[in-house]
Design a protein around this ligand. Structure first.
Ligand SMILES: Nc1ncnc2c1ncn2[C@@H]1O[C@H](COP(=O)(O)OP(=O)(O)O)[C@@H](O)[C@H]1O
Ligand SMILES: [Mg+2]
Length: 230
């Protein structure tokens, strides 16, 4: 795994030569793409094979997670404030959850990572260079899997889960459409285009997420085990 850097310097005792024995596996994908479903199956599969697993996700930091939840409800966050909230949450979890687990040799399964944060901000006009420097603290994952699901299937899956769409996941702040479904589809298309643009630079493996749950799970497990050296 490549060294962590923060502002060009090593972070808190984490020397650039430190070799982390764990592995960081990221699952990216839109809201409703099946990340939670797949991460839970992958965790079971890896644990059954004797791998110690920790799972992490966005907005779970004790430091600012609840703060982001509160701010989201007001729907009034400016784009830069929002970026910085998420960046703080990310840095806190990296330092306090991800790094300790990787040092201890765990497989860390991340439900979304900096790529989602970058894509959301780029479609809102942020500069990719600024975002790369903001998230320059991130560790380069051992593998990044992007679950690609058609916008129509996403709408169905989200609707199946709950009869309302999320304000932010529908990009309602962007004024793309006054109706939530129209906005959701257009917003998710923009996010997907951004993911596909980032694909080569950050070496994502694209997984066809339109298939049945078990089929995707088998594919993901085989690819993950290959990364883990099995
Ligand atoms: N491959 C799949 N085919 C059909 N439905 C799925 C599939 N994967 C997940 N779902 C369903 O879609 C909804 C969203 O899945 P979830 O795993 O919660 O997505 P995410 O965590 O990416 O938002 C759930 O109701 C889930 O049961
Ligand atoms: Mg989920």
């Amino acid at each position: 795994m490549r060294a962590l850097r923060f502002d060009g310097r090593p972070v808190a005792g984490n020397g650039p030569a430190e070799i982390l024995p764990g592995r960081l596996v990221v699952v990216e994908g839109a809201d409703g793409s099946g990340r939670s479903t797949q991460i839970s199956l992958l965790k079971q599969r890896l644990e059954a094979g004797g791998w110690p697993v920790v799972d992490v996700g966005l907005r779970r930091s004790g430091l600012v997670g609840p703060e982001i939840e509160r701010a989201k409800k007001g729907n009034v966050l400016g784009p830069t404030t929002r970026s910085l909230y998420y960046a703080t949450d990310f840095a806190d979890q990296l330092e306090n959850r991800v790094l300790p687990a990787l040092r201890a040799g765990f497989v860390v399964l991340a439900d979304r990572y900096v790529y989602t944060l970058m894509a959301r901000d780029v479609v809102r006009g942020a500069s990719p260079e600024w975002l790369e420097s903001l998230y320059g603290i991130a560790l380069v994952p051992s593998a990044v899997f992007y679950l690609q699901v058609s916008p129509q299937a996403l709408v169905e899956r989200n609707f199946h889960r709950s009869p309302t769409l999320d304000y932010w996941e529908s990009g309602m702040d962007l004024g793309l459409s006054r109706d939530w479904f129209g906005s959701f589809v257009r917003y998710q298309q923009r996010i997907e285009a951004e993911f596909l643009r980032m694909r080569e630079r950050y070496e994502f493996a694209v997984i066809d997420g339109n298939r049945p749950v078990r089929e995707i799970a088998q594919d993901l497990a085989a690819r993950t085990l290959a990364v883990l050296g099995e």
